[in-house]
Design a protein around this ligand. Structure first.
Ligand SMILES: [Zn+2]
Length: 494
């Protein structure tokens, strides 16, 4: 989701770019000319948050500096860049200490990226200028390890019963702590798998003798939990679980630190929580990706209660022209969005609906303009069509965003979501609140007073879904499915 609004997959022409740049450097080097002063300033291509790291991608190398405003809980990256290639102007995160990230062309030759934080922490900069990708780790400050000798391990805490295992895992990542400098190494005291009454593994517990940070990240289907400055006591532990979810849990040494690796059968939503009665962490997971009931539907949907044919619907094909959106193996997102939107228009017009498109061709329509079109037309609904993309080829499924502060918007999103899942059979990622609207979030929703929803039909970065999205028959099926969803949503008898 965030990934979507924040930009898209990396260009396939990376190697070509590198070669071109090398050639350019070689040519210039011959004349002893500085490349930096000759090259135009790069653009900011995307801003993404994933697994505790914020990645800012640029179209070329740029110099930058960081500013930490302690009192304002704000951290800025000022990049010598010109132009922003993103549809959104901010990214809502609300994970760990990071609430959101905003960006603007602050000066003619400088783009400022602002991180709004819940507390005065200083993100760890992992790249040095100049760079074409700026990476920051944004994680909570760990409690200072006590300067006392390691104490005898306490009995392992009993995990409180009141924590239901199948509670919706709303936190996909919860990075606990950054690099902490400490002379004293922590020692892993215990690693174990806890099970529920039916013997299913539900939790992995790692116990250390003193407090230590934990940095989670995924590699394929393995969740790695880095424990910097931690010893394993010369003993690698392997717990074979063999469950349909968790295959095994193990420790290993890696570059002077210990890692706990959890090999899952596929990526799961997980939470990491510090243990209450001893040092260490409990890792819980849920196969529900993500909880589909992040908002409990109210008994009576808010909807027009009119026949569909009496309504005016604005369809917004995402992106356009130079705003290509995500790149799939078979084409650009902007093309798929437009084609699905056109098919949806025809299918709705066949039902007698008045349809207005924010764009009918491959043109650029400013983001502020799109909701205006709906508001001026006094439309009954505004539907933005997009395709998702992430770096990880595993991400898949359907998600629909609504304006958080608008229940009518939620219900529109909910009916579109149900219909699209029914038609396509794709996994559901949920009906999601866009942001702390009206200030934040996706531009086409936040300034929109019409019931509005942004549908991500699937992932261009997922091999199967990108193939589907490229298929005209699938697009047609999607359009027809959305019409039947909209009929249910409209709620009026014909
Ligand atoms: Zn898009």
């Amino acid at each position: 989701m965030y990934v979507h609004s924040a930009g898209h997959t990396e260009g396939v022409g990376g190697m070509k770019d590198v070669l071109q740049r090398l050639l350019f450097v070689c040519l210039l080097a011959g004349f002893l000319v500085s490349v930096a002063s000759a090259a135009p300033l790069p653009r900011v291509k995307s801003v993404r948050y994933d697994e505790g790291s914020l990645r800012i991608e640029l179209s070329g190398k740029a110099t930058f500096k960081t500013v930490h405003w302690k009192t304002a809980n704000r951290f800025c990256v000022d990049i010598d860049a010109e132009g922003i290639g993103m549809a959104a102007d901010e990214l809502d995160v609300n994970i760990g200490p990071l609430t959101r990230v905003r960006w603007a062309q602050w000066k003619p030759e400088n783009v400022r990226i602002v991180l709004d934080l819940t507390e005065s922490i200083r993100p760890v900069l992992l790249t040095a200028p100049p760079a074409d990708t700026i990476v920051l780790r944004v994680v909570k400050t760990a409690a200072r390890p006590p300067q006392t000798p390691p104490k005898v391990a306490k009995p392992v805490p009993v995990v409180p019963e009141q924590k239901p295992v199948d509670k919706p895992a709303t936190t996909v990542t919860d990075p606990i702590a950054p690099v902490v400098e400490s002379a004293q190494s922590a020692l892993i005291r215990d690693l174990r798998v806890e099970r529920d009454d039916e013997g299913r593994p539900v939790r992995v517990v790692v116990v250390t003798d003193i407090p230590t940070p934990l940095i989670p990240s995924w590699t394929m289907n393995t969740l790695s939990l880095e424990l910097p400055n931690t010893e394993d006591g010369g003993r690698e532990r392997i717990l074979v679980v063999g469950d349909e979810t968790l295959i095994r849990a193990r420790t290993s040494r890696y570059q002077g630190e210990t890692r706990v690796s959890l090999d899952f059968t596929r990526r799961v939503a997980y939470t990491v929580a510090p243990l209450e009665e001893s040092n260490g962490y409990a890792i819980e997971w849920s196969m529900e990706i993500p909880p589909e009931t992040s908002i409990v539907p109210e008994p009576a949907p808010i909807r027009p209660n009119k026949p569909l044919r009496e309504l005016t619907i604005v369809i917004d094909p995402g992106h356009g022209a130079h705003e290509i959106g995500a790149k799939g193996r078979y084409g650009f997102e902007k093309e798929a969005n437009l084609d699905i939107a056109r098919r949806l228009r025809s299918a709705l017009e066949n039902k007698g609906v008045r349809v207005i498109m924010t764009r009918e061709t491959d043109v650029y329509v400013p983001l502020q303009r799109r909701p205006q079109i709906a508001m001026e037309a006094r439309a009954d609904a505004f539907i933005s069509i997009h395709c998702n993309a992430t770096k990880s080829p595993q991400s898949q499924g359907v998600e629909v965003f609504h304006r958080r502060d608008n229940p009518a918007s939620y219900w529109l999103a909910w009916f579109l979501y149900q219909a699209h899942r029914e038609t396509t059979g794709l996994p559901g990622r949920g009906v999601k609140a866009d942001s702390r609207a009206p200030q934040g979030g996706l531009a086409v929703l936040k300034r929109n007073t019409v019931p509005c929803a942004l549908l991500e039909v699937g992932f261009l970065s997922h091999p199967d879904e990108s193939r589907l999205i490229a298929d005209p028959r699938w697009r047609q099926k999607v359009a027809e499915g959305l019409v039947s969803g909209l009929e249910k949503w409209a709620g009026g008898s014909e």
